[in-house]
Design a protein around this ligand. Structure first.
Ligand code: FES
Ligand code: FES
Length: 159
């Protein structure tokens, strides 16, 4: 069956099974490989994209459920003001180690900051808890989120 979804501002029509996860559609059909496959069971966050600005796990999102909501991926997040700030902070702090989880981390961080301009540590914990980093870059992620929010990052390393 064909589905037309809006991805990074562009309408794309795909001919796939309705239960195909959005992650598969993005990576294997639309060749947008920035969103990563980690666990495939909603537990790691590597596949995080936005649906109308909400961070969702694309491995758990059947393409048939997307409908008219706007899909934003790591390839498109830099076109949004908050996403651009987050990416700049990520570079400045040099967050990634292996990098595998980082697209998902940036998507979750951007969704957080779009709603909560100056997040508390609890806000950050709540928003980022489902994004696992096997390289344990959590301290730098927290620093980068605060930097993107224009907050004091001097004590971020001790958090
Ligand atoms: S691959 Fe989707 S949450 Fe792990
Ligand atoms: S940077 Fe390696 S898994 Fe996060």
């Amino acid at each position: 069956m064909t589905y037309t979804i809006e991805v990074n501002g562009v309408k794309r029509t795909v001919d796939v099974d309705g239960d195909m996860p959005l992650l598969w559609v993005l990576r294997d059909v639309l060749d947008l490989k920035g969103s990563k496959f980690g666990c495939g069971t909603g537990l790691c966050g590597a596949c995080t994209v936005h649906l109308d600005g909400e961070a969702v796990r694309s491995c758990q999102t059947p393409v048939s459920s997307v409908g008219p909501t706007a899909v934003t991926t790591i390839e498109g997040i830099g076109a949004t003001p908050v996403g651009k700030r987050v990416q700049a902070a990520w570079l400045e702090v040099d967050v990634p180690q292996c990098g595998y989880c980082q697209a998902g981390q940036i998507m979750s961080a951007t969704a957080l900051l779009a709603k909560t301009a100056r997040p508390t540590d609890q806000d950050i914990d709540a928003a980022m808890t489902g994004n696992v980093c096997r390289c344990a870059t959590y301290t730098r992620i927290r620093t980068a989120i605060k930097k993107a929010a224009g907050m004091n990052t001097a004590d971020a390393g001790a958090l």
